[in-house]
Design a protein around this ligand. Sequence first.
Ligand SMILES: C[C@H](NC(=O)[C@@H](N)CCCCN)C(=O)O
Length: 448
Amino acid sequence: MTSEPLGVFHPSGRFYRFTILIFISLLVLGSYFAYDSIGALENTLMAELHLDRSTIGSLYTAYSVAAIAIVFFGGMLYDKLGPRKASLLFSVLVFLGAVIVAVAKGKWMLIFGRLIFGAGSESLIVVQSAIISRWFKGKEMAMAFGIALTLSRVGTVFSFNTEELIADHFHSFRVALWAAALLCLFSVLCNLVFIAMDRHGEKVLSLQKAEAGDKIVFSDLKKFTSSYWFVVLLCVTFYSAIFPFTALSSDMFHDKWGIPNVTAMSGGFLTKVFYNFTHMFNTAPGITSITIAASMIFAPFAGGLVDRIGRRASLMVVGALIMIPAHLLLGVTHWNPIPMMALLGVAFVLVPAAMWPSVPLVVEEKRVGTAFGLMTAIQNGGLALFPLLNGWLRDKTGTYTSTQIMFSGLGAAGLLFAFLLLRADKRHGGVLEAGSGAGSRGTELQPE
Ligand SMILES: C[C@H](NC(=O)[C@@H](N)CCCCN)C(=O)O
């Protein structure tokens, strides 16, 4: 019997899998853009809406507070709806939140919008991870995660390099916030394409009904090893020194070095956008985006490298170590900030590439969902606290020196956790340090 050749666009093929990956990745493009539109527009928002820096910080805090609540209680929604409907619900929430932010007249409405936005956005990221694992299990998983991260970061880099420009060109910060909301709507449309492709693939391949998975099962908590907890502690300290920093760093570059928010350039809007990108080292939001751009470009390659050589804990040690002088020098010197931002970029390539894929290696397979959910919730604890502290310290002291020392201290704490992880991993058989083929999923791990 001869079997029918499968078409190029058959769900079992690479082309289908990577096409679906593009749409899975675009699912969060709008939310990454909108998340940092506040940081990108902070100077304008402070001037137009009479906000102080603590309020700008509190808009990030609101996002994370909602994220913590929904990651803890949203499990029930996943169970009821499944990831396709859940992703649709969460992406609509993201869009709604972005619209509320765009029309907000003052502080409290902005905070309300960010709460709705955060509730949708972090859950969407968690559902996205589950969907990627489902389509790429046993295939090009690390690379798939890297590609998704790259497309997410495109949102952030564009946010930092276009939002001020849009506000400036149209003489209205609201147009810039509406642009963020429109991009969130674009992500909802991409979600619809993903849903159609996922449903078709599930039928043709007789895949297991999709499980979102990343919800918290409390009885699992005591089953985790010290390696897992050190990864979580590094996650919270590391990310607390990245996103809360970039939330206000454009203001720091503007305030301390006098770097402008947009390049002075005449011409049409698109010419200005292009000019702004090619001169991003000359604008405050552009310099902020150096760190994120590094991660955007190198994430898939770093993922591939980690797959091959392993050395995950060692790479986390290096990443955390680099962060300490980078933040400190930004705070206590007036040196050109670009090399320090590039150093932070190296850390932001190494640590996420090594850290996120480490989770399935240090917990049993059936607890991976709980492990990711818990890590996201705890990470958002830091992402809620530190933007507030950052804004508050800047408002109180009038400079960013103390906040940069605080971020450098977070780097030092991260370094300690990375070392403890390296030591714990040795005790657990070196699963994190092993390269391709040698690593196991750690299904034999027992709690200490
Ligand atoms: C993959 C990782 N994502 C996160 O850490 C999110 N929980 C928070 C993202 C906040 C910005 N949208 C990352 O982006 O490195």
